[in-house]
Design a protein around this ligand. Structure first.
Ligand SMILES: O=C(O)CCC(=O)C(=O)O
Ligand SMILES: [Fe+2]
Length: 221
């Protein structure tokens, strides 16, 4: 079978992914993960608290805090008008640098031009999940950089045409980097479930999962 290859060193089996999608297991060290978890606690303290976005009549099960721009379905704004109207925290410079390092690791020749200006930081409790969707509220087609910390997520990465097959199911573990750009940038994807109790003891998060996606909105500064 050529569907899977073993990355050897880490002993993890990495599934084959569509062109433009890259998984790098254990990219963040435990120390970096703990640091990011500390930053998450600061971000969650406000001015805009984590919030479950509403899509029509439905509330998402993840709790999201945004940096740079506030996301709500179909639009980015500076103020969190669907939460408390406060302006979101500025996008930190270190996340721009981290985004470039991530794209370099993923082999993107344009890594140094990457200038993410928003981060969606999602917290998943044991019951949270995310339905199949495209990230397409951005006007830029620059890659999305995804970082995971805490409990493992069963992630589904599909195609750009619809929510159904073909798709690839893979686990995103604590410290994993997942990048989707190029022909995979507008592929449907979602989180089927979180696996409680799988967070490594040294990641800084005792329970639940944090996922950060870095994006270029393409909006004027
Ligand atoms: O939690 C994840 O791994 C994916 C999150 C996601 O797709 C999103 O925030 O748009
Ligand atoms: Fe997404």
């Amino acid at each position: 079978m050529d569907m899977f290859f073993d990355d050897g060193e880490l002993g993890r089996t990495v599934p084959a992914l569509p062109e433009g999608a890259v998984l790098i297991p254990n990219w963040l060290t435990p120390e970096q993960q703990r640091w990011v978890v500390g930053q998450f606690r600061t971000w969650a303290a406000g001015p805009v608290p984590p919030h479950s976005a509403r899509i029509g009549a439905h509330r998402m099960s993840v709790q999201t805090v945004c940096l740079g721009w506030h996301w709500r379905p179909y639009e980015y704004t500076r103020e969190a008008t669907d939460v408390n109207g406060r302006r979101v925290l500025a996008f930190p410079e270190w996340l721009v640098r981290l985004g470039r390092l991530a794209l370099t690791a993923a082999g993107d020749p344009a890594a140094d031009l990457y200038t993410p200006d928003t981060a969606l930081v999602n917290f998943y409790d044991d019951a949270a999940r995310m339905g199949m969707h495209q990230d397409r509220d951005e006007r830029s087609s620059a890659p999305v950089v995804s970082l995971s910390i805490g409990d493992t997520a069963r992630f589904r990465f599909g195609n750009s045409d619809g929510r159904g097959r073909p798709y690839t199911d893979l686990d995103l573990e604590s410290g994993d980097l997942f990048v989707f750009g190029g022909p995979a940038r507008f592929a449907y994807h979602g989180v089927q479930k979180v696996l409680p109790g799988t967070a490594p003891v040294d990641c800084g998060l005792a329970a639940g999962r944090i996922n950060i996606t870095l994006r270029e909105t393409g909006l004027p500064g």
